[in-house]
Structures are given as C-alpha cells and as structure tokens.
Design a protein around this ligand. Structure first.
Ligand code: SF4
Length: 226
C-alpha cells in the first residue's frame, strides 16, 4: 500500500515507546469525521518504500517502535512490509478499524504485530452511520473478540462526535466490550479537513458523563489528556 505520510517521532502514539508513525493510503470506510480523508482514496505523492526503510535504518537505536496507521492498513497485504520493519528490530503497533479479522489474526499469529489500537466507531446498531458506509458488523465484532480474548496488548478507542453519537450509544458499546483492558474516549477535533459539516466535539462535562456511563462495564475507560 502506498505510504501517504510519515511522522518522524511520536511519544504519544505507541504506549511506552518512542516511535514513528507511517500512514498507509486507502480505506474501506468513509467516516464523516475522518481526519485523514485526503488519503482514504489513495495518494498521489507516495513516499517510496526504500526511502522509508532508509529512514528506519538511520533511526535504529533512537526509535524502538513503528505505528502503522492509515487509512486502514489491513486493506492491503501488509505482511511483507511488517516483516521488513521487524527485521530491523522495531516493535509494531497497528491502528485498525477492525474490518479484517482474518488478516489481523494471521499477522498476530505470525508475530508481526506487538500492539493493536482498534477503533470502535459506535454501538453495533449505529456502525454504518459512523463508518459512513454499509459494513459487516460481524467482522468488527470478530476483531474485537479476538483482542478481548487473546494475549496481544491492545487498546480500543472511540472518536466522540456530536451529533453523530448519543450518550446511550456508549452504554451499548460498554455492554458489547465489557471487560476490555483499555478503552479511550477521544474527543473529535474540529478541522476543515473532515468530510462532513456540522460536527463538533463534546463539551468536557458531557464527555465526562459519557465516561461514567461506560465505567461500570469497562473500568479502564479514560479520556486522553485528562
Ligand atoms: S476508518 Fe479511519 S481512515 Fe478510514 S475513513 Fe474512518 S477515520 Fe478515516
């Protein structure tokens, strides 16, 4: 998959590691609140893969992780890409929307992923609204169940968007993902780059109230930065 962008260093994206983040173009979803909408259909000026790996070699000993983000990285076959990253000694964090459980499973089994951050767009019933397209909720549930039932470290996260989310959606999310080890409620960021108009973040007090709704089901529910 084309490399649409590279963030040279991040202390935030990969828990406990100093990492870079590589953004792969292309996505099967069309979330109305997407912050990376310019790359979901592909990209024109892709960073050549050799250049990315030259960068990684120079950063050996400085960085210890690579976040593979997008877009949706699992749209394509990223195994060869991950193998090269692992051969250079970096841990891999995968950002995914959970639509490809079989690929997720295979990559994890092959030892090519060390950490997963999976987006939870909404409650199962509201998924198509937040994903911006018809989607197979069975696949999303399969990915979530794989993470909840497995040994691979992971976190789940929802971008909370007004007016697309209603407080009750988070009760359903909590019931669905009961017992998850980590769940983050990240507030929507206003930006001209998002595809839909009229979206807004939740006021801090409302987001805190939403957290209270989820806590009985997922005690480790947090709002980043708070
Ligand atoms: S899954 Fe992620 S990259 Fe794809 S459209 Fe939604 S927010 Fe954007």
């Amino acid at each position: 998959m084309p490399i649409a962008g590279l963030q040279n260093t991040t202390l935030l994206d990969y828990p406990g590691r100093v990492a870079c983040t590589v953004f792969l173009a292309g996505c099967n979803f069309r979330c109305p609140f997407c912050q990376n909408a310019e790359i979901i259909g592909g990209c024109k000026d892709a960073l050549p893969e050799e250049e990315f790996f030259r960068f990684l070699k120079r950063r050996q000993g400085v960085l210890d992780g690579v976040c593979v983000s997008g877009g949706e990285p699992l749209c394509g076959d990223i195994a060869p890409f991950l193998i090269k990253i692992k051969e250079l000694g970096f841990a891999v964090k995968l950002d995914t929307n959970g639509a490809y459980p079989e690929k997720l499973h295979k990559l994890a089994e092959a030892g090519l992923i060390d950490f997963v951050a999976m987006d939870i767009k909404s409650s199962p019933a509201r998924y198509p609204v937040l994903a911006g397209t018809a989607c197979d909720i069975g696949k999303i549930k399969e990915s979530a169940a794989f993470l909840l039932g497995g040994t691979l470290p992971y976190e789940l996260r929802t971008t909370c968007v007004k007016p697309l989310h209603r407080p009750e959606d988070f009760v359903y999310i909590g019931q669905w993902l009961q017992g998850a080890t980590a769940y983050f409620l990240q507030n929507f960021r206003q930006s001209d780059a998002v595809p839909a108009a009229g979206l807004a973040p939740f006021p801090p007090a409302e987001l805190q109230a939403i957290r209270q709704l989820v806590l009985p089901y997922i005690p480790n529910t947090n709002i980043p930065g708070e």
